[in-house]
Design a protein around this ligand. Structure first.
Ligand code: PHE
Ligand code: ZN
Length: 890
C-alpha cells in the first residue's frame, strides 16, 4: 500500500497538540441542529502496534456516502490531539486532505472509498483517561463519549455504526493478554518476543463502544447458557493477586444474564463476555460490546475488604453494564442529547434487578435517597437541565444524576401508569422496532405509547422541562367526603423561565384512623396546575399517604399534622411511605428549627419528643426486619434539608441536626445499647438478617457517639477490634473518625497498616477522614493531600479525599474553623485548578458544590462565589471545567 507522509504534519504528542490549539470560546452544540452524517463507515479495520508510550494505530475505513445526508463530498473525521502520519484513499497517497482545527477533512468524489490513516499516540502520557491509556502497566481504552477521536481520526458520533475488525501486536511479556470486542478470531506469536491477536465483532456499533485491553491479567472463568441455548464464556479479568475477590462480580453477572431474559426477554448475543477491572477510571464502568471495562471498585469484593454497600454496588453496576447490551448497544443513541435513552432506561433496569435480588423496599428507599441528595440539588441549581438536554459545550458534563437517575424515574412513571404487563409490551416493541438502530428518546416514548397503550403527549414534558415539580397537598373533610386538593409548580430553571404543568402520577391510600387500615391504593394523575379529588365514605377525616413508592420524582409540601406522620411512621403498609413519614417528621421539625430560629425551647422539645417516640417505636417494632429498621433510623441528609429552604444556613442546619442526633442518642441510650448488643451477637453472613444486623450496629453507634461520645468511643473501638468484616470495621472507624479520642488515631493507624497495598481499602481510609465530623477535618484533608499515598492521577483517590470533603458540610462549609473563612471552598477550588490540566472530566465534577452559592446564607455565599471567580480567571481551563464554572456564575 502506498503511504504518503505529509511534511506539514503538525505535532505528534497528543498532550502538546492540545496546547497548540488557541483558546477560544467553546462552541455550543444544540439538539435541534442535528444533521445526519454525510458519510457512513460500514466497516473499519484497526491495527495496533502496542507500546506504552508510542502506539501506532492504522485505521482502514470503508466509507459510503449516506443516502440520507445532504450529498456533501467532504468526509469529516474527528480528531483530538492527533496528527496523521499518512493518509491514503483507495490505496493511493491522498493529497486532498486538510486539518480543520482538530478534525481531518478529506474531499472525496463518488460514493464508496477505502481510507487508511496512520496515527501514533502516547498512552503513558494520557492522564485524561480518555482514548487509549496506560494504567498500572496495562493498556486500556475509554471511548464514551468522545474518546475514540483520541485514538484515530473517525466520524466520532453515535449514529455512525461499523463492523469492527481489530488486530493488535505487542510484547508478550508486557502484554500477555490481548482483548477487544466480539470474538477472538486468530492469534499467534512472533520470533521477536511479540505476539498478536485478531478480534472481530459481528454487531455493528458506534465507536464509543470500541474497546481494547492489553496487559497482565488473570481471569475468573465461568459460563452461562442462554434460554436459546447459546453457551457464553464469561471472564472477569483482574490483576494477578486480585482473583480471589471476583466471585461476587461473577455471581452478579450470571444473575444479570438470567434476570434480563426473565424480566425483559433479552438474551445475550455473543459467545464471549469479558469484564476487565482497571484501577484508573473516570467513571464507574463502561459497557463496550462484549468487553466491559470496570473501575476496580465495582468488581473486587470479599467480606474482609468490601462493605455490604460495596457488594450491592458491584451487583448493581455489573447488572447496569450488562443490561446496556440491549439498552445502549443493540439499540444505541442517535446523538448525545439522547443519552437518557440508554442511561435512564438502564438505570431503571438495574434498579429493578437489584430490587429483585434483595429487599425491594430497601432498594427503593436507597434510590430515592440518592435522587434527593444528588439530583434534587442539581435540578434546583445553576446546572439544572432536562433529562434530554437542549445544548451542551462538553458532553462529559452531562453524565449527571438528572440524565441517569431522574431519567430512570421518568421511565418508572410510565411503568406505573401502564402497569407492569403493558409496560413490558411497550419495551418489547421498542426492542423489536429499533434493534440495530441509533434511536431517540422520542422513539422510546412512541414505542411505549404503541406497545403499552398509553397517551404520553403531555408526558413528554418530563423530557423537555428541567426542575423538580413542587406539589402542594391539602386534604379536607365534609360530611362523609374527603377531598384532596393538589396543585403544582414547576420552578424556573436556567433557560426555562416559564413551565407547563406536568402529568404527575401519585399512588395514594387513605387510612381510617380507628382501624389503622385503608381500603386499597389508587393511582391518580395530577395533570393540571390544580385539581381536586373526592373520596366518599369517610365519617372522620382519614390519614393521607401519598406518593407511595415514590411514584413521581416531585417534592411534596403539605401541612400534615405531626400526629398523622407519627401514625404513618408506625402503621403505613407501604414501606417507602413509612420511611417517608419518618423523614417528614424529622424534616418538618428541623426546618422549623433552622428556618428563622422561631422555635422556642418548648416547641423544640415537643418536636424532639415526637421524633424520639417514633424512633423508639421503630427500634421496638418486632414485625420490622432489621434492614428496613436501619432505613427508618436514618436522619435526612443536610443536603436534603438545605433543599427545603430557599436560602440555607449550613451552620444552623448542621448544629440543629447534630443536636437532635445527640438528644436522641441520650434519650434512647438504653434501647440503642441493647440494640447494639443484640445485633453484635449475630455471626457474619451474606443473608438479609446478618446484613440488617450490621447496618443497625453502625446506626446505633452513630446515635450513641453523638449522645455520649466517650462511652461510645470504647464501644466503637471494641466493634473495630472485634470486626471480622469490612462493614463492621468501616462503620466503627467512621464513628471513631468523628471523635476527638486516642482510640481514633489507634484505629486509623491499624487500618492503614492492615490494608497496606490494597488501593480500594486505602481509598476508604482517605474517605472516612475527609468525610468525618471531626473538628479538625480540614486540617486532616490537607495533611492527607500531602501524604505519599495521595496522587492526582488516580480518580478513585481524588474522589476519596476531595469528593468526601466537598459533600461533607463540616469540611466544605468549614463549620469548625474560627469564623467561616471559606477554607473548605478554597480547598476545593485549589483542587479544581490543580486537577484540571491532568484530568478535566474529573476536575469539572467538583464545580457543582461551589455552584450552590445562590442558595447559601450571604456570608458563605460570597466566599463560594469568590472561589468560582478565581477558578474562572485561570489562564487556561478545560472546556469541561469552563462550561461548569461559567454556568455556575452566570
Ligand atoms: N456509559 C457508562 C455507564 O453508564 C458511563 C460512562 C460514561 C463511562 C463515560 C465512562 C465514560 O454505564
Ligand atoms: Zn450506563
Amino acid at each position: 500500500m502506498d503511504i504518503a507522509s505529509r511534511p506539514s504534519t503538525p505535532i505528534e504528542n497528543p498532550e502538546t497538540a492540545d496546547a497548540a490549539v488557541p483558546p477560544q470560546a467553546p462552541a455550543v452544540i444544540r439538539r435541534e441542529e442535528y444533521q445526519p452524517p454525510e458519510w457512513l463507515v460500514p466497516e473499519i479495520a484497526l491495527d495496533f502496534a502496542l507500546d506504552l508510550d508510542s502506539t501506532k494505530v492504522t485505521a482502514t475505513l470503508v466509507v459510503r456516502q449516506n443516502p440520507e445526508g445532504s450529498g456533501g463530498q467532504t468526509l469529516r473525521l474527528n480528531g483530538d490531539g492527533l496528527a496523521a502520519r499518512t493518509v491514503t484513499v483507495d490505496g493511493q497517497a491522498a493529497n486532498d486532505w486538510r486539518m480543520d482545527g482538530q478534525d481531518l477533512l478529506i474531499e472525496l468524489t463518488g460514493q464508496n472509498h477505502t481510507v487508511e490513516i496512520e496515527t501514533v499516540i502516547n498512552p503513558a502520557g494520557n492522564s485524561q483517561l480518555m482514548g487509549l491509556y496506560a494504567s498500572n502497566g496495562m493498556l486500556c481504552t475509554q471511548c464514551e463519549a468522545e474518546g475514540f477521536r483520541r485514538i484515530t481520526f473517525f466520524p466520532d458520533r453515535p449514529d455512525v455504526l461499523s463492523t469492527y475488525s481489530v488486530r493488535m501486536a505487542g510484547d508478550k511479556a508486557r502484554f500477555p493478554v490481548l482483548l477487544s470486542n466480539g470474538n477472538c478470531t486468530a492469534q499467534g506469536e512472533n520470533a521477536d518476543g511479540t505476539h498478536w491477536a485478531e478480534w472481530h465483532d459481528p454487531w455493528p456499533k458506534p465507536c464509543y463502544l470500541f474497546a481494547l485491553v492489553a496487559g497482565e491479567l488473570i481471569a475468573n472463568h465461568d459460563s452461562f447458557t442462554t434460554a436459546g441455548g447459546r453457551k457464553v464464556d464469561l471472564n472477569i479479568w483482574v490483576r494477578p493477586g486480585d482473583e480471589d475477590r471476583t466471585q461476587h462480580a461473577m455471581d452478579s453477572l450470571i444473575a444479570s444474564m438470567k434476570w434480563d431474559e426473565e424480566a425483559f426477554g433479552r438474551e445475550y448475543d455473543l459467545d464471549l463476555f469479558n469484564v476487565v477491572a482497571v484501577s484508573d477510571f473516570n467513571m464507574g464502568a463502561m459497557e463496550n460490546k462484549g468487553l466491559n471495562v470496570f473501575n476496580t471498585r465495582y468488581v473486587l469484593a470479599d467480606p474482609q475488604t468490601a462493605t455490604d454497600a460495596d457488594y450491592d454496588a458491584v451487583e448493581g453496576v455489573i447488572g447496569h453494564e450488562y443490561f446496556h447490551n440491549w439498552s445502549g448497544n443493540r439499540i444505541t443513541c442517535r446523538d448525545w442529547f439522547q443519552l437518557s435513552l440508554k442511561e435512564g432506561f438502564t438505570v431503571l433496569r438495574d434498579q429493578m434487578f437489584s430490587a429483585d435480588m434483595g429487599s425491594a423496599a430497601v432498594k427503593r428507599i436507597e434510590d430515592v435517597r440518592v435522587l434527593r441528595s444528588a439530583q434534587f440539588p442539581e435540578d434546583s441549581g445553576p446546572l439544572a437541565h432536562p433529562i434530554r438536554p437542549d445544548s451542551y459545550q462538553e458532553i462529559s458534563n452531562f453524565y449527571t444524576s438528572t440524565v441517569y437517575n431522574k431519567g430512570a424515574e421518568v421511565i418508572r412513571m410510565m411503568r406505573s401508569m401502564a402497569g407492569v404487563e403493558a409496560f413490558r409490551k411497550g419495551t418489547d416493541l421498542y426492542f423489536a422496532r429499533h434493534d440495530g438502530e441509533a434511536a431517540t428518546c422520542e422513539d422510546f416514548v412512541v414505542a411505549i405509547e404503541d406497545g403499552a397503550g398509553l397517551d404520553l403527549r403531555q408526558f413528554r414534558q418530563w423530557y423537555s422541562q428541567a426542575g423538580t415539580p413542587q406539589v402542594k397537598v391539602r386534604l379536607d373533610h365534609e360530611g362523609d367526603v374527603a377531598t384532596l386538593h393538589l396543585s403544582q409548580v414547576v420552578p424556573a430553571t436556567p433557560g426555562q423561565p416559564v413551565k407547563q404543568p406536568m402529568p404527575i402520577p401519585l399512588r395514594l391510600a387513605l387510612f381510617d384512623r380507628d382501624t389503622g387500615q385503608h381500603r386499597g391504593e389508587e393511582l391518580i394523575v395530577l395533570d393540571a396546575e390544580q385539581a381536586s379529588f373526592a373520596f366518599s365514605g369517610f365519617t372522620r377525616i382519614p390519614v393521607l399517604s401519598i406518593n407511595r413508592g415514590f411514584t413521581a420524582p416531585v417534592a411534596i409540601t403539605s401541612d400534615v399534622p405531626t400526629a398523622d406522620l407519627v401514625f404513618l411512621a408506625a402503621n403505613d403498609d407501604d414501606p417507602f411511605a413509612r420511611y417517608e413519614a419518618m423523614q417528614s417528621l424529622i424534616v418538618q421539625h428541623l426546618v422549623a428549627a433552622v428556618g428563622g430560629g422561631i422555635l422556642c425551647d418548648a416547641e423544640r422539645q415537643a418536636g424532639r419528643d415526637a421524633i424520639g417516640r417514633a424512633l423508639a417505636a421503630v427500634i421496638d417494632d418486632s414485625a420490622l426486619d432489621d434492614l428496613m429498621r436501619g432505613e427508618l433510623m436514618i436522619l435526612p441528609s443536610e443536603a436534603y434539608l438545605s433543599e427545603q429552604l430557599k436560602v440555607a444556613d449550613p451552620g444552623a442546619i448542621h448544629a440543629e441536626r447534630e443536636g437532635l442526633k445527640a438528644w436522641l442518642g441520650r434519650e434512647l441510650k438504653d434501647r440503642l445499647t441493647a440494640l447494639h448488643d443484640r445485633v453484635s451477637a449475630l455471626p457474619y453472613g451474606r443473608g438479609a438478617d446478618a446484613r440488617g444486623a450490621r447496618k443497625l450496629k453502625t446506626q446505633a453507634l452513630v446515635y450513641l457517639a453523638a449522645g455520649a461520645p466517650e462511652e461510645a468511643a470504647s464501644r466503637a473501638a471494641a466493634q473495630y477490634a472485634a470486626a471480622d468484616n469490612m462493614t463492621d470495621r468501616q462503620g466503627a472507624l467512621m464513628v471513631l473518625c468523628g471523635l476527638d479520642t486516642p482510640a481514633r488515631d489507634d484505629a486509623l493507624a491499624d487500618f492503614r497498616q492492615r490494608y497496606d497495598g490494597n488501593a480500594l481499602v486505602i481509598d476508604k481510609w482517605f474517605s472516612l477522614q475527609a468525610g468525618s465530623l471531626h473538628p479538625k477535618v480540614l486540617e486532616h484533608v490537607r495533611a492527607l493531600a500531602d501524604s505519599p499515598d495521595f496522587t492526582l492521577t488516580n480518580p478513585n483517590r481524588v474522589r476519596a479525599l476531595y469528593m468526601s470533603c466537598a459533600v461533607n458540610p463540616k469540611a466544605f462549609h468549614a463549620l469548625n474553623q474560627e469564623g467561616e473563612n471559606g477554607e473548605g471552598y478554597r480547598t476545593i477550588a485549589d483542587l479544581i485548578l490543580a486537577l484540571d490540566p491532568i484530568n478535566a472530566q474529573t476536575a469539572a465534577r467538583f464545580v457543582a458544590p461551589l455552584g450552590r452559592w445562590r442558595r447559601i446564607e450571604p456570608k458563605r455565599s460570597a466566599l463560594m462565589r469568590a472561589e468560582l471567580e478565581r477558578v474562572a480567571k485561570a489562564p487556561k481551563l478545560s472546556r469541561d471545567t469552563l462550561e461548569q464554572v461559567t454556568k455556575s456564575l452566570g
